[in-house]
Ligand binder design. Structure first.
Ligand SMILES: Cc1ncc(COP(=O)(O)O)c(C=O)c1O
Length: 500
């Protein structure tokens, strides 16, 4: 049987559209067509954002549905943009999960703040590649400026500088390459075989990107020590110390300690000052993954969670998670650029330049660089640090209120302390783990099927756990109320007679 998405779609309406398009004269995009298309796209964008709430957060599609609705072959001749936009609206947007829906409370919820949308347009308009300073001086310098503004806003000393990557996974991977260079003997030139075995230490709650980085860096997954956490899901310094001692006794060289401020499941905060002291004592690279929570250091009353992070060799924060830039924008900060250059800088003759300036291609794998700095710079200009902090403060307050409401009446219990804007909870069934997992899975899928809210799940202490994370600029109290009402209704329907 052919793959359903490879079957001829045979949709008469689509074929008619194609024929009409092929008969139409080619559009001249150098004239007013661009302006008209931008106007239509702008109109569509404003309307989409105004009405996204009326759509279900999750699309009602099965795998292959969207591809079946699209023409199987590319058009031979240009089609009018109007028709392309109509298909985008009808066949593509209806198949999207709406991250900008105010009821999106899953994973680490994020949204695009309006200035970042406009900045993306400007980035595409100038279409530069900042691989070298020379290939677009302002792009490099705006990126350096925006990253430095972020550094100042989160209260890190000016000994840190940095740059922007696509994702935290890439940022952490790049930091691990630098750490590997520092810990290994000439890995850059000789590769790993023959050198000392290296190890990476991170908590059992840290993001999978740490393990993936170790795989990609050639250290192997087994080089990652998943250090035990305490009852509040924070890395235990004593367990870290013991793991390092154990490896040293075996001749294994510690390459990196990766602490997390805002872990993926519960947003817990590792005890960075204690971990930093251990890393320093052993001369091990300290990386802090603050991909989600990092921007919250802009809020004065949240700053205590970040104590000690200035001791890190590298830190990752994702403005595309909680700050409101569009995906992708992950900032990697470091105290010393030398190990980054040592791990990857390589300049062939055709890329040599006379300019005494930082070429960002020297710090990372990719040569080509998007002008990502612009959207961060525009966002700071148009929202201001007070505005950005205020939005996150509001999210934290909403999450705390949601947690209080969830446990009221006893239908749910918290599965972890509420941290930043993330709440972990479950309808508990003591002594019946399988029944408890079934019940919570069903509660969550009923809420998600309702279309007004989207929650995700994790596992804590071996128990199924529902997560709710507030991070979208569009989310208001009433959207939390919708989610909470749906949760309480589902719990009451599925366990009549239980408290609720
Ligand atoms: C703590 C943490 N670190 C890293 C990541 C990976 O982020 P990215 O998708 O930018 O690679 C995530 C993703 O949610 C995360 O929660």
């Amino acid at each position: 049987m052919p793959d359903p998405i490879d079957r001829p779609h045979g949709e008469p309406a689509r074929e008619a559209t194609r024929e009409a398009a092929e008969a139409a004269p080619a559009a001249d995009w150098s004239g007013d067509t661009l302006r008209e298309a931008l106007d239509r796209a702008a109109e569509w964008t404003v309307d989409y954002r105004k009405r996204v709430e009326q759509r279900p957060v999750l699309p009602d599609v099965q795998p292959g549905d969207v591809r079946r609705a699209l023409a199987k072959t590319p058009p031979r001749t240009p089609e009018p943009f109007e028709r392309v936009l109509a298909d985008f609206d009808e066949h593509i947007v209806s198949g999207l999960t709406h991250w900008n829906h105010p009821g999106f409370l899953a994973y680490f919820s994020s949204s695009t703040r309006a200035p970042s949308i406009v900045a993306e347009l400007l980035v595409a308009a100038v279409g530069v590649n900042a691989m070298l300073w020379r290939t677009s001086p302002a792009a490099t310098e705006v990126e350096r400026t925006a990253v430095d503004w972020l550094r100042q806003a989160v209260g890190l000393p000016d000994t840190f500088s940095g740059l922007i990557f696509d994702t935290a996974s890439t940022s952490t991977f790049t930091a691990l390459l630098a750490a590997r260079e520092r810990a290994g003997d000439g890995v850059r030139d000789d590769g790993l075989p023959g050198g000392p075995a290296l190890a990476v230490y991170t908590s059992e709650q840290s993001h999978s990107s740490v393990e993936k980085s170790a795989i990609a860096a050639g250290l192997g997954r087994r080089s990652v020590r998943r250090i035990e956490t305490d009852a509040a899901f924070r890395m235990r310094p004593d367990a870290l110390e013991a793991a390092i001692a154990d490896d040293l006794a075996k001749g294994i060289r510690p390459a990196m300690v990766c602490a997390t401020i805002g872990t993926t499941s519960t947003a817990s905060v590792d005890p960075v000052p204690a971990l930093a002291a251990i890393a320093e004592r052993h001369g091990v690279w300290l990386h802090v993954d603050a991909a989600y929570a990092g921007p919250a250091a802009m809020i004065p009353e949240q700053r205590p969670h970040f104590r000690g992070w200035e001791a890190a060799d590298s830190i990752v924060l994702n403005p595309h998670k909680w700050l409101g830039t569009s995906l992708d924008c992950s900032v990697l900060l470091y105290r010393d650029v030398a190990p980054f250059r040592a791990s990857l800088a390589l300049t062939p003759t055709y890329l040599e330049s006379e300019d005494d300036e930082t070429d960002l291609m020297d710090i990372g794998l990719a040569l080509g660089r998007r002008f990502r700095g612009l959207k961060l710079w525009v966002l700071f200009r148009c929202a201001g640090t007070d505005g950005l902090a205020e939005t996150m403060r509001r999210h934290i307050a909403m999450a705390e209120a949601a947690a209080a409401h969830l446990v009221e009446g006893g239908a749910f219990e918290l599965a972890a302390p509420v941290s930043f804007s993330t709440v972990c909870f479950r309808a508990a069934r003591e002594g019946d783990p399988a029944g408890e997992a079934r019940l919570n899975r069903e509660i969550m899928s009923r809420v998600n099927a309702g279309g007004r809210s989207f929650l995700s799940h994790t596992e804590l202490d071996g128990r199924y756990t529902v997560r709710l994370s507030v991070g979208s600029v569009h989310t208001e109290e009433r959207h939390l109320d919708d989610a909470l009402d749906a949760l309480h209704r589902a719990a009451a329907d599925l366990s009549p007679g239980e408290p609720g």
